[in-house]
Design a protein around this ligand. Sequence first.
Ligand SMILES: NC(=O)c1ccc[n+]([C@@H]2O[C@H](COP(=O)([O-])OP(=O)(O)OC[C@H]3O[C@@H](n4cnc5c(N)ncnc54)[C@H](O)[C@@H]3O)[C@@H](O)[C@H]2O)c1
Length: 256
Amino acid sequence: MNPKNEAPVVVISGAAGGVGAAVARRFHASGWRIAALDASDVGLQALAADLPLAARITADLRGADACRHAIAEAVRQCGRIDALVNAIGVWREGPVEDADEADFDLVLAVNLKAPFFLCSAAIPHLKLTRGCIVNVSSDAGHQGNQNAAIYCASKGGLTLLSKTLALDLAPHGVRVNSVSPGDINTPMLRFQAERYGGGDVDGYLQGLLAKYPQGASACFIEAEEVAELIHFLCQPAARSITGADLAIDRGLSTGI
Ligand SMILES: NC(=O)c1ccc[n+]([C@@H]2O[C@H](COP(=O)([O-])OP(=O)(O)OC[C@H]3O[C@@H](n4cnc5c(N)ncnc54)[C@H](O)[C@@H]3O)[C@@H](O)[C@H]2O)c1
């Protein structure tokens, strides 16, 4: 079904991040070509030193035009799109009564608007390849997280955006799923602890681990585990999976 007989192409937003880079490495290992999108040019340079990138696109993806341009550029450089993985994201926390409008706009723009318009621009190309989309949501996309209302609102939106796209695109053979990780050992987690830990980074991280059902043996999820699940969702073996939101959270969101 591919328009050209070349290795498939995965477009990854947030490719310089912890999860995005792990996704790039996993797809590269199985022969895919990588179109890497991120706001961090330094981060993309580091990724390019690690593995060959078929396209390296530095862009702040908070606007629809930026998303359309990035997808057009990926297609121009790679010829087609077989999968889109949205691993872009930012974290902000704090009580709603103290909420800052700039934080609200940032989190919604990065976590929801960017994936929305990247999907929008990629869909015509994914219809040609009968490709797939995986959006990286969060446990915070289907359960409340105390003190993280803006983030939860953005991820709840992303989870239901994914389900709706799955319905809309099913007639075209395009599958859409989301994955919902718990706390992953990435720069975002370190940012959270450093910015919101009140100077006690270890205490903040231990507070997160205390919510897991494993008790004393709880530990953070590795980005490679999330990448493995995303890679699986883009394989023919996952052809019956669409509209799913797959938890990868060590039971964090299972119940109390
Ligand atoms: N780390 C966690 O604990 C955790 C848990 C659940 C879900 N998630 C989600 O997983 C995904 C990946 O997160 P991560 O942990 O790898 O975070 P990360 O901070 O390591 O990576 C996020 C990437 O997004 C990029 N980005 C941010 N704003 C951008 C913008 N405006 N334009 C373009 N790129 C931009 C950053 O430069 C960064 O490379 C995110 O959607 C996050 O919300 C993370």
